[in-house]
Structures are given as structure tokens and as C-alpha cells.
Design a protein. Sequence first.
Length: 481
Amino acid sequence: MILVQSSMVEAVMATQSAEVIIIGAGIAGITAANTLFASGYKDVKILEARNRIGGRIHTVCIGPGACTVELGAQWIHGGGDNPVYCAALAHDLLGHTNVHDEFAGVYYKENGSKVDELLLDTVTAIFKDAVEEMVNFSFSDPKSTLSCNEYFSNRMPNILSAVSDEQTEEAENIFRSLLNILKEDSGDDLTRLSVSCNGFEDDYKNDDHTLPAGYTALLRTFMSNFEPDVITFETEVKQIDWSEKENGFSSVVLKCVERGTEMTYIANHVISTIPLGVLKKTHQKLFSPVLPSEQASVIDKLGFGKVNKILLYYSEPFWTKGNGGIKLVWDKEADCDEVETSWARDLFAFKTMKHIDNVLIAWVYGDSAEQMEAMAETKVGDVCTQILKQFLNDDRIPKPTSVRTSKWCTDPHTLGAYTFVTSGSHYDDIDILSKPLLQTSGKPAVLFAGEATHSDKYASVQGAMLSGIREAKRLMKWQSN
């Protein structure tokens, strides 16, 4: 039963209500709703600002053959008890399994020659050791404010001592290129990334699983018991009023814009899966009353990376299959006359996909990711072609038949890609962000889910899914008491 003062309802022209309202139809919101429905809840509604499900999961088609590709989440990382993996396995949606090796590929220099393999092996081994040491350091000093940039700068002498004088410059270029692996995982400059990013070591050791039918197909399996009207699309929440009224047990009032029309939704409980990037911009005006100072501070301290994807479709692949793709080792000094744009120098790899022969994928991060969004997709394809011709020293490389790029930085419903721990924050801050907003009675008025609220698996689909289940169970536990 929705506990609403009658005068409030009468004062609003367009009002709807539900026992539980979930903000966001990404995997966190959908699994939260699925968990509630499976436990007998009937009156649950999802409000989604976009005209599609998925959030940062976004399956699209590319090329004349309409190949299924992802503009958002790409793989399922790891198997075992990973609930995303288990769900895909149960619904026969798993494709190829790739041994996760960020270092695989053929490495090329700007002058069009290949990197010396022995030197590459030497520098890569030092880099891997440095990452392992960083993980151990983060456990021994979990409150450290040291940035990854400071940490790895201190490791440069190890490289210089391991190579000859004539190889010093190339070794530095290789090491700097390998740092892009960490930048891609965080979406920001290493000066802001905390050494506490110990999830990287696990990333290297896990297998990657593909979803040939797309990540969206997996999402739909969680919606099998949804009624058609569970999700209302193109509805943007402008204000979450969780203030207590006279009876001390008031409902939460959501002021929304639904397809251009102002609407009010009223619920006993709200589960918010609003991305951290949006919370950073809107939280002071979004919540009434404002968030507790501790929670607001965490939103400001945590990082929300900028990452975008470039998908290049070719009629025929020009690369060697199964070698891990093409890696770029840039010189220290910029050579912008040839590549035309500064953002392109943050490209590190053109990766291949086992289940799609004709597609190369590149990631760009940080401010460069945002700069890339301003370019037309065809122009992005031209820049990538120019880079590939230069590094592979082959003017015969064709332009891609089709190009798709993501635009997560300027998407008003994400304003970035995923969460990272800055040098001024800590994992504990994520736990603070996940705390529900309680009313005097102890009632959880607003609960928080999404990858940014899972301190162990943040920045992942797995973390988002687990957080949705967690908040649904939190609500169920409170109501059972």
C-alpha cells in the first residue's frame, strides 16, 4: 500500500504510484526488479530516461552483414561464480572464451617498424612485476594517497638499468605504451588513479567470454516475468523528494519529465541506479533534502572515467587473425602533423574479436575520449586509417566499410564510463555511497545500486548486477522485520 497524503495527490495533475520505483533500466535496475518479482512483489516500476534498456550495455549492429557488436560493456570477465557468467551459461548465450591477455598483439612503432621482441619481453616483464608490487603495496598500505603515476615513475630506473643505452628511448616508449592498459581500465590520467586499483591483477588472470547474440540478449532473460508496462521509457527523474512528512512514514515523490510532459511518481521505496557521472553533476539539486554530507563528499571524491570505443568494420580483414591485434608504441614527442588530432595519440591498440572476423576495436580514454566524440564517425575512421597506414608502413590498408563510435562522455544519462578510485579516495568510500537514505522509522526511502556502489566489483557488469540484487534483498529484509 502506498502511504501518500491525499492532499499531495490532489495537488498533482499527472501522478502515478508504485510500491517500489527503480530509476534506470540497466542491469542493476533490471536485476533488482527481477529479484523483487521473484520474491512475490507485484507493484514494481522502472523509470528509464532513454528509449532502450541496458544503460551502459548497448548492443548495436555494424556493417552490411549487420554484425552484432557492443558500444558499451564488451565481455564477461571470468567464470565460476560470476553471476553474469552463470546467467549467460544457463541461457546458452556464451560464445568464445578468450584468455585475457592485455599484452598480446604485434607491437609497431611510429616509423612503421616492429618493436624488438626481446626488448618488448624485457619491458613487459618489468611492467608486470611493477603491477604485482603495486597490488601488494595497496594491501600493505590501503589508505595510501599515492597515485599510479607517482608509483610507476619510481619504477623507470628499473627499466633503464635492464637495457642498453641505445635501447633506452625505445624501452621508455614501450613502458609508456603499456601504461595505457591502466588508463583504459580507469578512463583517466594516472595522476588521478590510486595505487589501490588492485583489481587490475585479477583482470589479467581472468578469461573473457563473448556473447554472440549481444549483452542485451542476456538482459532480456532477466525480464521474462516482466509485464509490458513495468518499464516506462523516456522518463527523466529531475528531483527525488525523500523528506518526511507529519506521519513520519511518508512516501518518496519523484518529479519527472516523461516525453516532454511533467509527471510525478510516488513510491514507498526508490532504488536509484543513476550513474556516478550524473550524480556528480546533479546530486545537489536532485535530492530534497540534500544527501548527507558524507555521501555527497564521496560522490565528489570518487572518479568517473571517460572511455569510448571505436568499432571499424572491413569487407575483408587485412590483419593476421589470432595474434591479439595491433599495438601502437608512440614516440615521446608528438607527431600531430601526420595523425591530425591530439586524441588519436591515446590510441594504444586495435583489438580483434574471435567471433567476428571483420571488426577491429579501439578504446580511447580521458579527455581524448571526449574530444573524439566531437568528430563525425567517418572522420574518426579516416584518422584510424591514417594511423594504421603509418604504424604498419602500408599504404594499401583500406578505409573501413562502416564505423561506429560510443559517446558516453556527452551522453546526459551517463556523463562518463565507469567508476575508479582516485588518489584522494578509497574503497571504503564506495561503501558509503551505497548506504540507503533512511527515514526516522528506519525505513529505507532511497536505496542505491549500480557499479559505483559495489566496492569489490565496481566498474563492471558483475558489480552492477550484484548491487541490484543486494538492494532488492536489503528492501525485502527490512519489510520482513
